[in-house]
Design a binder for this molecule. Structure first.
Ligand code: G3P
Length: 215
């Protein structure tokens, strides 16, 4: 399973890159707004830091506006993936991008039919938002299971990119189900290696090592 980081914070991306397991980055308008910096400036820094897919979201909600932004953003770098919401104008824009050879990440997916429509339009990635479904007492991970089955039934190669991840268990379940990608916030990435027995075990090894004579 590929690991993307879900942030526009360049400091976080730099730290995650240093771990050597980062495959890409996803951003969205809210994450860009949090940086309080211009979109292009942030995007260019991210593209310099990461050698992998970087999702940049359109903000137009009509077909012409979306493809205008898709053309502009995709011309910036070959690693750019155009993030498009799964609305009808979005679906037209996804089909257009597919025909133009522009990669797409279809966002704001909350049910399996949206995922099927995105795959039929040739989307490169589908982003089901698991945390936001859990927030309203629906089972986010069940949606991932359903999409996995539908895509496998028909051989779609759209990659399932689990988004809105809130905890390490979302990452574990994504891997068990066979999702292609998990896009993970920095604080969750940071918690993936943590285990109290690892911490305690290492402390003990170092303490015992002090008893070993030097020569
Ligand atoms: O980037 C899309 C998604 O990961 C958003 O997550 O935490 O705002 O629901 P969240």
């Amino acid at each position: 399973m590929k690991f993307f980081i879900d942030t526009a914070d360049v400091g976080e991306i730099r730290e995650a890159t240093a771990l050597g397991v980062l495959d890409g980055v996803t951003t969205n308008p809210s994450l860009i707004a949090k940086t309080r910096r211009p979109f292009r400036e942030v995007l260019e820094e991210i593209l310099d830091l990461v050698d992998g897919p970087v999702s940049a979201e359109v903000t137009a909600v009509d077909f012409e506006g979306m493809i205008g932004e898709a053309k502009e953003l995709s011309s910036l770098h070959e690693n750019i993936v155009i993030k498009i919401p799964i609305i009808s104008e979005g679906l037209k824009a996804i089909s257009w991008c597919t025909n133009e050879g522009i990669k797409t990440n279809v966002t704001l997916c909350f049910n399996p039919m949206q995922a099927l429509m995105a795959a039929k339009a040739g989307a490169s990635y589908i982003s089901p938002f698991v945390g936001r479904l859990d927030d309203i007492s629906q089972d986010g991970m069940e949606l991932i299971t359903q999409i996995r089955q539908i895509y496998d039934n028909y051989g779609f190669d759209t990659e399932i990119l689990v988004a809105s991840i809130r905890s390490p268990m979302h990452v574990v379940q994504s891997a068990l189900i066979g999702a292609d990608v998990a896009t993970i916030p920095f604080k969750v990435i940071d918690s993936l290696l943590k285990h109290p027995l690892t911490t305690r075990g290492l402390e003990q090894f170092l303490k015992d090592w002090e008893q070993v004579p030097s020569q």
